[in-house]
Design a protein around this ligand. Structure first.
Ligand SMILES: [Zn+2]
Ligand SMILES: [Zn+2]
Length: 410
């Protein structure tokens, strides 16, 4: 393994345990010694500095010097939550259920519990969980639960993070994807980074109650360029910014959009539809409508638009046999992952693994639309990425290794 474990620290005793919550999280901070070239920044912005391993001793000492956190240290945002009617309705229901449940313990009467636990306590508990819990995901990026990890709840958010969170069961590992000089500079993404700024900021405000001022959000014009539109000239590869500049003539070929088409409104509606679909995740049925949506997005959005990649992978995962008629779409998603996602990012692993599953099925077909060298590169790339992200003993890594071994024997 190219990683050096810097800190493996069992979580300190916490208020959560005292209040009856099981708390089994392990905070695991690692600094990778990268073998891979630096990826381009995601999706643009200042390039990552050269990736080098930290000094294990200094970072370890720094981590150990951090004060322990307890449940009471977590921000509850009770005031903001109390202004959300739906949240308060849910909290009131939860409060009644809690009193009812605890009254069955025979330790105390309902009156005792009613006097001991107020609605305010329940709102504060909800807020602490909502604003601090991690969504625990498996190798397929499916959410399998939520967990509060006290030590790592201190990390702030950035839409252009310098570290990734990876789960091994319930164990959380925070991995740097570039050189970070201090643990206080670690930034992780609380929300999907593949969404445009307006949608990212709406989720951050609604759920975490802050306005993001990360490098990506601070430059809305750059964000609009990252989430670009296609030029109306089908032979032109220019990405057109998805802001008011969409109405300007293309800077490369000069094609001007017709006045009667409001591409931006159409784009916004498509983005909202895609996000709603992606948020359903594994619960969304593979559907012919999804492919129609992908087709509509693909005709409007530039190949490098992250939301297009996210939808492409989602659709192929549900219906890998579509590859034979839509090979170029998957190739575009793969090149996006290789170009923009750091090697330790679970999303990169997920995209490359999905591609391997699709290609492995496709190679059984007479016209599989891929060369031998292309297949070999994908298999090796997926294997290396999975080995770095989840380890060589992970199920997906073993699957890819088997596919690679078979392929090399052909
Ligand atoms: Zn941001
Ligand atoms: Zn053009």
């Amino acid at each position: 393994m190219p990683f050096r474990a810097l800190l493996l620290q069992r979580m300190p005793e916490s208020g959560l345990e005292k209040r009856g919550f099981s708390q089994t999280g392990v905070f695991h901070l690692e600094a990778p010694a990268f073998r891979h070239p630096s990826p381009e920044s995601f999706p643009s912005g200042p390039p990552h500095p050269p990736q080098t391993a930290h000094s294990p001793k200094s970072l370890r000492n720094f981590c150990l010097s951090l004060p322990s956190r307890t449940y009471d240290d977590l921000e509850s945002h009770s005031k903001e939550l109390s202004q959300q009617p739906a949240t308060m309705e849910y909290a009131a229901l939860l409060h009644r259920m809690l009193i009812h449940y605890l009254s069955f313990t025979d330790l105390h009467t309902p009156t005792y519990w009613e006097a001991s636990i107020s609605l305010t306590d329940v709102v504060a508990m909800l807020g602490r969980i909502r604003c601090n819990a991690y969504m625990i995901t498996d190798e397929d990026m499916d959410v399998v639960g939520q967990g509060v990890y006290l030590q790592s709840s201190r990390f702030d958010h950035s839409c252009q993070p310098n570290a990734s969170q990876i789960f091994f069961g319930k164990k959380l590992s925070i991995r740097a994807n570039q050189k970070i000089s201090s643990v206080t500079d670690v930034r992780i993404a609380y929300i999907p980074r593949m969404f445009p700024a307006r949608q990212r900021q709406a989720v951050l405000k609604e759920t975490f109650f802050f306005d993001c001022d990360c490098p990506r959000c601070s430059r809305p014009e750059k964000d609009a360029e990252e989430f670009g539109l296609r030029c109306l000239n089908v032979n032109c590869k220019q990405s057109i910014p998805s802001d008011e500049r969409a109405d300007d003539p293309c800077p490369t070929c000069g094609t001007a959009p017709p006045d009667h088409v409001n591409r931006l409104q159409q784009y916004d509606r498509l983005v909202e539809t895609v996000i709603t679909l992606l948020e359903k995740g594994a619960d969304a049925d593979p559907d012919v409508e999804n492919w129609k949506l992908l087709q509509r997005c693909s005709s409007l959005m530039h190949d490098g638009n992250p939301i297009l990649t996210a939808l492409t992978v989602f659709c192929f995962r549900g219906a890998p046999d579509e590859y034979l008629s839509r090979a170029e779409m998957l190739r575009t998603a793969i090149s996006f992952a290789r170009k923009f996602l750091p090697v330790v990012d679970p999303l990169r692993s997920f995209i490359l693994f999905t591609a391997v599953v699709v290609f492995t099925r496709a190679t059984c077909q007479p016209d599989c639309k891929m060369t031998r060298s292309e297949t070999e590169r994908l298999l090796k790339d997926a294997y290396e990425t999975l080995a770095v992200t989840y380890g060589t003993n992970s199920a997906h890594c073993k699957d890819v290794k088997l596919a690679l071994t078979k392929f090399l024997c052909l």
